[in-house]
Design a protein around this ligand. Sequence first.
Ligand code: PBG
Length: 342
Amino acid sequence: MSDKDIWMLNQRPRRNRKNESLRLLLTETQLSVNDLVMPLFVIEGKKQSIKIPSMPGIEKMSVDLLCREVEDLFDLGIKAVALFPSISEHLKDKKATESKNPNGLLQKAVKAIKQKLPEMVVITDVAMDPYSSDGHDGFVKNGKILNDETLPILAEMALAQAKAGCDLVAPSDMMDGRVKYIRKVLDQNGFQDVGILSYAVKYASAFYGPFRDALGSAPKQGDKKTYQMNPANIREAVREVELDVKEGADIVMVKPGLPYLDVIRLVKEVVNIPVAAYNVSGEYAMIKAAAQKGWLDSQSTSLEMLLSIKRAGADIIFTYFAKETAEHFKHKSREVQKKKLL
Ligand code: PBG
């Protein structure tokens, strides 16, 4: 390039990145604490907490400790939690009977949180796997996961959770027709106001490994490929969300998050209800593991990852990084306040 050609350069994108204030002014996507849902694992007992080795920084907690944690989260600005129970082996059976126990672990947790902090949005997982002796999300017979036989079990589970006081039930099982079935049973029992956040597009992913360790919920035999989606497919995602919208879902979810940003984008374009994404346990674990080795910075990489999920189109993000991200935002806003006072 000659001197004259450089002078001709009238498009200079770098001008818009000149300083911090200008960069902030021109920021297209803003991640906020209002976007985040913190998943929490609940265990039996009192004053019990158990670290999850494959998820550094995350603990399973008994209901009393869980309530305190939920208060801390609310003080940090987090508006929603998603609860997952860790059920003892002796309570598991083929039909996930324990899931409809009004005094079961999850139901106790929902009641306790709602009593202490009614403003916190409580989302409960609807799937058989934490309660199933087969470790599958559906009812297993002769090695097959039966669809229609699973639906009433899921609906009874959702009903027990609604009775306990949850705001949203979140079917994560991927059985066909479950949104419609659950909606009908909730309505018949007077729970018109309990919403359905459907895991509409849930892939058969290896990224769920640490979660299954945490709950001891891995399938005893086989895999989940006859119900969870093939990671190669995206057009099928459109079919799944369209069905769930028709069946009455209030929010649809894509899961996992980071490896499926294209799917989140497409789903956002085809539905007009809110889209959630689940930044799953494996996505958390890989950043934490690299950070422990000093290979990545946990805070900046997690913020960038969450931002990318938001940019792809997610309105809300389930993430194990929710608490530390909220702490980071709080810290940052304090620093800004301090600067102003100087
Ligand atoms: C179970 C369920 C799973 C997750 C949420 N609900 C695991 C699975 O389908 O095997 C995974 C969440 C995570 O990995 O963080 N229905």
